[in-house]
Design a protein. Structure first.
Length: 403
């Protein structure tokens, strides 16, 4: 497997339109394929000649493929039927690394965002440079192993790397990640050196939003707030298909929204912050304290909930109420078209999403119902898809390399 370097240099001015048209064609085929060139022209407003020109490039780059087996001659139209175009999901792959607290996730995806490989890498309680060192050793081996696994024969275009905290995507740095103990970590440079692949780095909440914009509900491309609730709690916003970056490299921090009635102490020094009231740490600790689970572990609590343990159910519903209230605040301030929640239990079980929605509808001033509120669609693959989103986002925005 060898990487294709997608130049980060700015394209020459005259090529801007060509690049934008290619992105438009690729995106239309992702959304509507398999679709004939005439269909792409209709969908995008590009001239048939422009669509044909871009298609030549995109076929050559193995991003698109023709599907002759799906060709049908239009009634009354003479000549050869047009060959439908589709995303080529068999020859290329994108790699990703999500660096989390209890574990990191390595993944390989096809161009439709479907997971080919997903592997969780426990951090073993390590923090700081030790986490980084272990990953820099592990990721090249996982890439090599993938060459003989489900991604065999595919060319890997690049590696996405996402972490929580403040991430400067432009400089490829994790600027600050308190729980992990990282400061000014040049993640892009280190991973490029270790893997030989081009690397793109981003914050994980922004990457989750980017994944939703690429492969999710069409409303996500109008405007969206995405709330992540896990060991950390953070939010991201996208408008018109672009995920907000924010100065300086911080998306915004929903973690310190006040939660009425909560007195838990936050690391910021105050009490009743969302990042503590709703975090996995708080939920799992309460479950351990009540004897529901033996140790703070997501899978154990999921199992207890699935087994119908009423104490587990009550704890998860309690958090659903906290999360529903926070989402109502966010929705009232931003008024997005779509509100996406990434939280273990509401993703796994519609009953808990219903509990979040019920509280949301009760609290929101703008929304009498919770129809705009959905659970993140990638399920257990969410972090894998988010990890690859920086590379896939770049690919769909600027598909033509080599200017
Ligand atoms: Zn706080």
């Amino acid at each position: 497997m060898n990487g294709t370097v997608r130049g980060t240099a700015a394209p020459r001015a005259g090529d801007d339109r060509r690049e934008a048209n290619a992105a438009t064609v690729l995106r239309a085929v992702l959304d509507h394929g398999p679709v004939a060139r005439s269909g792409v022209s209709r969908l995008t407003g590009l001239s048939p000649a422009a669509v044909s020109r871009q298609t030549v490039d995109l076929l050559r780059l193995e991003l698109l493929v023709e599907r002759p087996e799906l060709a049908v001659a239009a009634p009354g139209v003479r000549g050869r039927p047009q060959l439908p175009l589709d995303i080529d999901d068999r020859r290329l792959a994108v790699a990703g690394l999500h660096v989390g607290l209890p574990y990191s996730t390595f993944a390989l995806l096809d161009l439709r965002g479907r997971v080919l490989v997903r592997q969780e890498l426990p951090n073993g309680g390590r923090r700081g440079r030790a986490v980084l060192k272990a990953l820099l050793e592990r990721v090249p081996r996982l890439l090599a192993a993938a060459a003989t696994g489900p991604a065999a024969g595919r060319r890997v275009l690049g590696l996405g790397a996402v972490t929580g905290g403040a991430v400067d995507a432009e400089r490829g740095m994790t600027v600050r990640h308190e729980p992990l103990g990282w400061r000014e970590v040049p993640l892009r440079e280190l991973l490029e050196r270790a893997t030989g692949l081009p690397v793109r780095v981003d914050n994980h909440a922004r990457a989750l939003a980017a994944a939703e914009v690429l492969f999710g509900d069409p409303a996500a491309r109008r405007s969206m707030v995405q709330l992540f609730v896990g060991h950390v709690v953070d939010a991201s916003i996208s408008v018109a298909g672009t995920v907000h970056q924010g100065p300086p490299s911080v998306t915004g921090d929903g973690g310190h929204l006040p939660v009425p009635g909560s007195s838990a102490r936050c690391h910021c020094g105050r009490r009743g912050c969302l990042s503590v009231a709703a975090s996995d740490d708080t939920l799992f600790a309460a479950a351990v304290e009540q004897g529901v689970i033996a140790r703070p572990d997501r899978q154990l609590l999921l199992a207890a909930v699935r087994a119908g343990d009423p104490r587990a159910d009550a704890l998860v519903r309690e958090r659903a109420v906290v999360v529903g209230g926070a989402l109502a605040l966010l929705a009232d301030v931003v008024n997005p078209d779509l509100l996406v929640l990434t939280e273990t239990f509401s993703v796994a079980d519609p009953a808990y999403l219903a509990a979040v929605r019920e509280e949301f509808a009760l609290r929101s001033h703008l929304h009498r119902d919770a129809s705009l509120l959905v659970a993140q669609r990638f399920g257990a693959d969410a972090l894998a898809v988010a990890a690859c989103a920086p590379v896939l986002g770049e690919l769909y925005a600027r598909p033509l390399p080599g200017f």
